[in-house]
Design a protein around this ligand. Structure first.
Ligand SMILES: C[S@@+](CC[C@H](N)C(=O)[O-])C[C@H]1O[C@@H](n2cnc3c(N)ncnc32)[C@H](O)[C@@H]1O
Length: 271
């Protein structure tokens, strides 16, 4: 039988481990992963094993090769004087190339965000959920109405770096470290972006996308999902469309769909 002391020890072990200690992962995130496992079994060893496996699945595939403290120092040096727009775009692209999700978007950044505004309008406020390095694409947003932007993730060093980038070039933008599955977001906005994460969220906690959509304090949600499997062999369009349709089935939301590059885009609007 597992008790509170066992749970705390599992959390402490992760927070002190070489693999995860720099990430400063939020306690509610780790606790939620463990709680989900305790609902499946009371076997302590099995809970620990499954918890570590789930944690690895959420975090490990997206630990890009960036040393954020080094990158932050470089950012300070580069920004003694502000970069020109072309230099800023080259700098941001070089970093986005290091993360799988943004790398796949690099060839069509202008088209990607233009398509989004064409569907949802030039909104004033955006929550970028599970943002990773997507906020580095702000120089391609071309939305003159944008006044508030929140970059939300659980990876604190990445958020610290984004904070520096925002202070230098997009002072209206903010970061927030929060697991939006474990803790409902209180922020309100016109729109939420949820790019390339729903399929992974559903693996972590089936049905959690629907719960999130019901609770988010936004009028519109833009979801993106990969159009093809990792090797590019077969289409995932039907599978991913069903996933999104299931998440809003019976709720008062409309759904529109399109594709830009290798990304399926779903526009969910409160009716
Ligand atoms: C696949 S990447 C997201 C890519 C990004 N949205 C894009 O399309 O460029 C996964 C990111 O989501 C973050 N993440 C995963 N689950 C999360 C959660 N429940 N709350 C906040 N961030 C989360 C991870 O830390 C990682 O940075």
């Amino acid at each position: 039988m597992i008790n509170e002391a066992d749970i705390q020890k599992m959390i402490d072990d992760v927070q002190n481990s070489r693999k995860y200690r720099n990430l400063q992962l939020p306690h509610p995130f780790l606790r939620d992963l463990i709680d989900s496992e305790t609902q499946q079994t009371q076997n302590k060893a099995k809970i620990k094993e499954n918890f570590r496996k789930k944690l690895h699945e959420v975090i490990a595939p997206y630990l890009e090769d960036i040393d954020y403290s080094q990158e932050s120092q470089k950012h300070i040096e580069l920004n003694q004087s502000k970069m020109s727009e072309p230099d800023l775009k080259t700098y941001a692209k070089d970093l986005m190339r290091k993360h799988a999700s943004t790398r796949e978007r690099l060839t069509h950044l202008d088209a990607f965000y233009a398509e989004i505004w064409a569907h949802i309008g030039h909104v004033e406020s955006v929550l970028d959920l599970a943002c990773a390095l997507d906020p580095l694409a702000l120089p391609w947003f071309n939305n003159p109405c944008l006044k508030t932007f929140y970059a939300i993730d659980i990876h604190q060093p990445r958020l610290n770096f984004l904070d520096m980038f925002f202070q230098s070039y997009f002072p209206f933008a903010r970061t927030l470290q929060q697991d939006f599955i474990a803790q409902p977001l209180l922020l309100q906005a016109d729109c939420a972006f949820l790019f390339k994460e729903v399929h992974r969220m559903e693996k972590r906690k089936p049905g959690c996308t629907r719960q999130l959509i019901k609770k988010l304090k936004v009028n519109q949600i833009v979801i993106s999902l990969p159009a093809r499997d990792l090797r590019g062999h077969h289409s995932l369009a039907d599978y991913h469309t069903k996933m999104v349709e299931n998440a809003i089935q019976g709720l008062d939301f409309s759904l529109q769909q399109t594709q830009v590059g290798s990304e399926l885009l779903y526009f969910i609007k409160k009716l």
